[in-house]
Design a binder for this molecule. Structure first.
Ligand code: PEP
Ligand code: MN
Length: 332
């Protein structure tokens, strides 16, 4: 059997020869799984008349801009879109600590123009002895803050078993950096009808990051928002002064490869408030669709991440700068 016949028999719809003086290139087009393409590649490569086989495919069909040239704008209950013309700012404390605390910050960030409230109820802490979050009580307090301010909220879910519970309350479910490749969690999030913020893993390449997004998309949930938050390698970052290696250089690379909305979290990337404003503005200039920033009414006494949380006044200043820069970067 000739190569053309082998390719057609394997399921390719069209096999077009491009003849040169010495060699012929066969261009095979068809909807075959990557597995089938690779099996055929191995088979053809063993034929003496075949010099080489190249599989041209993007395994990341759902997250890849190649197949979705237009930007995706993700609709969020009560807040318009993430990834549209408007720069979206998600703000709030690292953790929900008490009713007074979350209501106070929710009202403050709302007045300063935040679009979405954030706050952790289930916290992935490095030490088991640190504050682990208020759990479902924290979700109830976030729901109360939403009722009062009208701000939808994003909050982290750490395990597949908790997805239904968190989805009952939250407008956006967040996958933390430490769980970026928790595939059971990602599969569960593929089944829900709520947007998901996927944070980049501490040591994840861009392909691994988009692969994780693909899991959620492949499950049928097409509302995925990416979020950069710095990667490991702090020794190279400010001589160890910043919490992570700040990955805003990856913003244009990810934007070119994927149509999904992309946020930047300056708090976890930098770990210190003096870097938050400059890195936020740089991220927006680099093409980020918005920011997720930690804000606390009293950062010195925060139960979590106080060193990287803006106080209310600092957040108001940041928002003024974001508004000033928006038209310059072609956004609202
Ligand atoms: C957070 O946003 O509260 C958080 C824990 O961030 P990360 O997963 O990026 O560390
Ligand atoms: Mn935090």
């Amino acid at each position: 059997m000739g190569i053309t016949q082998i390719a057609l028999k394997a399921g390719f719809e069209r096999v077009t020869p491009v003849r040169g003086d010495i060699n012929t290139v066969l261009n095979c087009i068809g909807k075959l799984s990557l597995y089938k393409k690779n099996s055929l590649k191995s088979r053809l490569e063993n034929l003496p008349e075949v010099e080489g086989v190249m599989v041209v495919d993007s395994p990341m069909r759902l997250s890849s801009r190649k197949y979705h040239p237009d930007n995706l704008a993700v609709r969020v209950n009560g807040s318009g879109e993430v990834g549209g013309k408007k720069i979206v700012v998600i703000a709030g404390p690292c953790s929900v600590e008490s009713e007074a605390q979350i209501l106070c910050t929710a009202e403050s960030v709302k007045n300063d123009g935040a679009d979405i409230l954030r706050g952790g109820a289930f916290k992935p802490r490095t030490s088991p002895y640190d504050f682990q979050g208020l759990g479902e009580e924290g979700l109830k307090l976030l729901a109360k803050a939403r009722k009062i301010t009208g701000l939808p909220f994003a909050t982290e879910v750490m395990s597949p078993e908790k997805v239904d519970l968190v989805a009952e309350y939250a407008d956006i479910l967040q996958v933390g950096a430490r769980n970026m490749q928790n595939f059971d969690l990602l599969k569960e999030l593929g089944k829900i009808n709520k947007p998901v913020i996927l944070k980049r893993g501490l040591a994840a390449t861009i392909d691994e990051f988009l692969g994780a997004a693909e899991y959620i998309l492949a499950g049928g949930n097409n509302r995925v928002i990416l979020c950069l938050r710095g990667v490991g390698g702090k020794l190279f970052a400010g001589g160890g002064l910043s919490r992570n290696l700040i990955d805003i250089g990856d913003i244009p690379l990810i934007k070119n490869r994927s149509h999904l909305p992309l946020l930047f979290d300056p708090s976890h990337a930098c770990g210190r408030i003096d870097m938050i404003e400059p890195m936020s503005l740089a991220a927006l200039c680099a093409g980020a669709d918005g920011l997720m920033v930690e804000v606390h009414r009293d950062p010195d006494n925060a139960l979590c991440d106080g060193l990287q949380s803006l106080n209310h006044g600092q957040f108001a200043t940041l928002m003024n700068k974001v508004r000033a820069i928006a038209p310059i970067v072609g956004r609202e």
